[in-house]
Design a protein around this ligand. Structure first.
Ligand code: ADP
Ligand code: MG
Length: 694
């Protein structure tokens, strides 16, 4: 099975190179693990009379009446008029015309397979599969597999059909079953299909039930190894490192609580603080993920956790993904802790020279108690006297590898609290951050009015500007956000600048500031400050303001070209308003023409403010692969068949199975689990991300 794919009959070096490049297939085994993305029931033959334009793949049996070529250049196409006696459809080819003409004959019985569509009132099937009718054995056909292919592959005649033949070939060559990759206990207890049987049936299932069982077995395995990997990792770390014990809650925390806290904590905040306190005193290193919707008050929880560290003689640091956010946290925390005798410093890439030196020195002597900054705080030149707790804000920008770097900053790894305002669906959290304990703030501070979200078309601008003017007259502030997406950064920037000019013209009596990622930090800071101070009523910006920025007086968030943003991004942006007691608004502006997906996203935004609901919907719409963080998370292996958006229930079940394995075999020495550990090791070896961490 490890044989080079080029040795498979009909492949050879040229096609092998294409398979390497396009599918990452190098060996027989690799191909065997390329699973079909769908199956089509080929036990049924339709008659042409039954066809409609919107059907899935179907097959017909009949003959070609005549051929005809039409069109010029790129439009050039070959049309075969195909009939089964109940009607006529057009079979159409845009490529390989010569080949088709030489291969298929008029007045010959064929089985044609493809997807009908309607063009100019006629039903046609483009690039159908065609077999000689006499060669098709319907009774053994069952479900036909369909494989993903790329344009490059198709040009070398490596279409789904060709892949199917290659896989069939490999399976026929199998003399003995492949080595099993799950333990016999797991297979029998969970009634799983053995590996080889599952692989055969996932490619060539006799019926839907067998297919389901084959898929179940393979998904089970996919998810099991991810969970084993994460839980093994967490277990090893637990054994390797002890955590600092923060025994007491002392004067700093208590003084803050009694005299500095500007409001009553919400019940959720209290509960989470208790969970954190328990961790900090447990002797185990804390690795906790704090999830809470935008505006739920995570910063305060973080600060109070840091005060516990200070009470126990430790330093702490807080890391944010952007300079704007870091300096905002700095301001907030400086203000909240004034008079407590705490030294708080800000360290970002733009803090240099003497000032930087003084901060670094203060960290070494222990004079700096709280350090707030960007990635700059994990640089090698930054060292602490006794770093006890690290808070990471907006988790999804930091991978496991970056967290691991932090641990190198002190003899023992500090406690880690990661905060995210992007609620992560449970299934995804279990995969990506499965090595973390999770706390959730599921309650907003009292008195917040839900943000009203409105979808508005370009053409209704005048109306929108009237509402904005009204808000400004009431003393509120406005955000207007433009998309900035990498590929077209220049055009986007132009849009932003034009938008800025336009807004200045529409609101000549207002102060307008502008912030985007290409600005120098000092300039950005200055513009930002104009808004924070209230001097500017309108801020025109890109998504640099997406995370964390807190201006409670802002009450309107206008998002231009809202269709170009993802759901979680829209939700983040919306979370910039609704932070005070006043009614806030989010206005999503788009053109009239919208793709189906965009329309769905906007509908969800208008319907709900619930971050978890939005996250779930996002996972369903986009699939997990696209979600930020999946790439750099470093704890997940590639999923070959399982789908986190669909297999959430199985994942939960499998996690318990994995947990039991780890609990009953903490050292990884039980003979019955040998196959599991061997397979885990092999998977880790082929996983690049993973190598960077351990
Ligand atoms: P996020 O969870 O998005 O980081 P923040 O920590 O920025 O939220 O808090 C949002 C706003 O809510 C801040 O202005 C903060 O001062 C305020 N806040 C936090 N906790 C409470 C509370 N218990 N009661 C009232 N306001 C609160
Ligand atoms: Mg925040």
């Amino acid at each position: 099975m490890t044989r080079d794919i080029k040795f498979l009959p009909g492949v050879g070096p040229q096609r092998a190179a294409i398979l390497n490049k396009e599918l990452g297939v190098y060996s027989f085994q690799d191909l065997l693990y390329c699973f079909p993305y769908k199956y089509v029931d080929r036990s049924r033959i339709y008659s042409i009379r039954e066809l409609e334009g919107s059907m899935p793949y179907i097959q017909l049996k009949g003959e070609i009446l005549s051929f005809e070529t039409a069109g010029e250049g790129r439009q050039r196409r070959l049309i075969a008029h195909f009939s089964d006696g109940t009607g006529v459809v057009d079979l159409i080819w845009f490529q390989g015309l010569k080949y088709v003409l030489s291969k298929y004959k008029v007045r010959q019985q064929y089985v044609v397979f493809g997807r009908p569509s309607v063009f100019n009132g006629r039903i046609n099937i483009a690039h159908p599969d065609i077999d000689l009718a006499e060669e098709v054995n319907f009774s053994t056909m069952g479900l036909q597999p369909y494989y993903s292919t790329t344009e490059k592959m198709k040009r070398s005649m490596l279409n789904s059909h060709a892949i199917e033949k290659m896989v069939k070939n490999i399976i026929q060559q199998l003399q003995t079953p492949l080595p099993e990759t799950l333990s016999s206990t797991i297979i029998s207890v969970n009634h799983l299909m053995p590996l080889t049987e599952a692989l055969m049936n996932v490619h060539f299932p006799a019926n839907a039930e067998i297919l389901r069982r084959a898929q179940y077995r393979l998904k089970f395995e996919d998810l099991l190894y991810i969970q084993l990997n994460i839980l093994r990792y967490a277990k090893d770390r637990q054994r390797k490192y002890r955590g600092y014990v923060f025994q007491k809650v002392g004067a700093i925390f208590n003084t803050f609580y009694a005299t500095h806290l500007p409001f009553e904590l919400t019940n959720a905040q209290k509960r989470v603080l208790k969970e954190i306190r328990r961790d900090l005193g447990s002797g185990r290193q804390m690795n906790r993920l704090l999830q809470g919707d935008v505006g739920s008050g995570k910063t305060l929880v973080a600060l109070m956790s840091m005060l516990i560290a200070l009470d126990n003689g430790f330093q702490t640091c807080m890391m944010a993904p952007t300079e704007i956010l870091a300096s905002q946290h700095y301001d907030t925390i400086l203000q909240l802790t004034s008079g407590l005798g705490i030294r708080v410093e800000l360290l970002t890439g733009s803090i240099k020279g003497k000032r930087r030196e003084a901060i670094l020195n203060g960290l070494l002597t222990g004079d700096v108690h709280i350090l707030i900054g960007t990635h700059a705080v994990i640089e090698d030149t930054v060292n602490f006297a006794s770093l006890g707790l690290v808070v990471i804000d907006e988790q999804h920008r930091f991978g496991v590898a970056q967290r691991a770097r932090l641990w190198a900053k002190s003899a023992q790894p500090p406690h880690v609290l990661v905060m995210t305002a992007t609620p992560i669906p449970r299934t995804l959290a279990m995969t990506l951050y499965g090595d973390l304990d999770v706390s959730v703030i599921d309650e907003l501070p009292p008195g917040r009015k839900p943000i009203a979200t409105i979808h508005q078309f370009d053409s209704q601008r005048a109306y929108m500007y009237r509402s904005i003017r009204q808000q400004i007259a009431e003393g509120r502030q406005i955000y207007i956000v433009y998309p900035l997406i990498k590929e077209s950064e220049k055009i986007d920037l132009k849009n932003l600048e034009e938008g800025y000019q336009h807004i200045r013209e529409v609101f000549p009596d207002c102060a307008v500031c502008m912030v985007h990622g290409r600005m120098k930090p000092a300039e950005k800071e200055e513009q930002m400050q104009r808004f924070v101070s209230g001097e500017a009523q309108i801020m025109v910006a890109t998504t640099v303001i997406e995370v964390g920025v807190n201006v409670p007086n802002a009450s309107v968030m206008v998002i231009e070209n809202a269709e170009r943003f993802g759901l979680s991004q829209l939700h983040q942006l919306r979370g910039r308003v609704g932070r005070g007691a006043d009614q806030s608004y989010c206005i999503l502006v788009t053109g009239y023409k919208l793709a189906e997906d965009s329309r769905k996203r906007l509908e969800i935004m208008v319907r709900t403010n619930d971050g978890f609901e939005i996250a779930e919907a996002d996972l369903k719409l986009r699939g997990p692969g696209d979600l930020e963080g999946t790439q750099q998370s470093g704890v997940a292996f590639d999923l070959k068949i399982a789908n986190l958006a669909q297999d959430g229930q199985l994942l939960q079940y499998v996690r318990d199975v994995a947990q039991t394995v780890i609990d009953t075999d903490p050292d990884g020495t039980l003979p019955e689990n040998e196959v599991l550990w061997r397979q885990l090791k092999a998977l880790r070896k082929t996983n690049v991300n993973w190598a960077a961490i351990s």
